[in-house]
Design a protein around this ligand. Sequence first.
Ligand SMILES: [Zn+2]
Length: 347
Amino acid sequence: MTMDQTDSAAPNENIQAQGRLRQIKSSEDHRSLELIDAWYTIIPAQLSSKLLAHLKNVLPEDKHSLNHLRRLVKIDSENTSQVCLKVIVCTVDTVADKQQIVQFVRDALGDSLDNVTVDTAKIPRFQAYTKEQAAEWSSQSWPILWRGNPAAIKTALDDKEVDRIVHYLGVVSEMSKNADSSQLPVATIIVDPIRDRIVARQCDDRNGSGNPLAHSIMNAAVEAARVEAERRENGNAIENNNTNTNGNEDGNGNEEDKDGDDRNYLCLDMHVYTTHEPCVMCAMALIHSRIARLVYIHPSPKTGAIEPSSGAGTCVHWTKGLNWKYEAWRWLGPDYDVSLLSENVNA
Ligand SMILES: [Zn+2]
């Protein structure tokens, strides 16, 4: 296992393989505490269920997620005869009018309260990235409910994975070097990581085909789809044969476990190696293809769609709201001799 952290690494940055690979996440991963205003009220603990049930019926859907927060917070008091709670009602962005909030609470609890207290509190807008950060943010604002944060999971690469990455980046850099001089030096392979086998290898063909969409990743995705469709059409007989000669008993069995929908994604869980950080079109194509991992050699500061500092900072591979994400890694080592593109050219 290699888990090197360089001194120059930004907070939360994940550097692997003796400093040769950097995991690229969106800038939101590196965010600091951001606060928004929320309405809260103070009630005796025994009324909390009644209040929450009523609020559920009358409140519009909140404009912010509150799932990462403790909705109810006990107030420390000398008076142990009655436990009181602070309860988040909703964010101010969702309901701006304080009188409306007071009315909600009054409607819920009726005569049970002598007077209704409603005030605003600063709450963390997002879940923290570590348990320690959650504790720190909680002490500075509203308490966070820490149940982990899937987006914060760092992927550690073991030595064997790094070996395969080095090998496959060598393949794409050779393809790039050997490309026809009239073509752009962008090359891509798609690898089935379970079988450790290249399923598609394509160079950029915009200049050859005259097709402006013939980026290497698009070409490779088309090839992978064709190969996979053929494989399925030819049935599993050939595959079973290969599986047996490889001694890989799991090769076919895994696939049967996947549900029908997954099988519609022809690049499901594949790894993509390419020479240059992809453009928005290609990065989106990889979302649609359901790949697991992207590794590239050169960043594309003006046109890339992966790094927070590239292009418009879209970080397509890690976009909130899309139903798929993939890992992205940039090679930091000096080992590959791949030509750069003009800065405004999409890879
Ligand atoms: Zn592209």
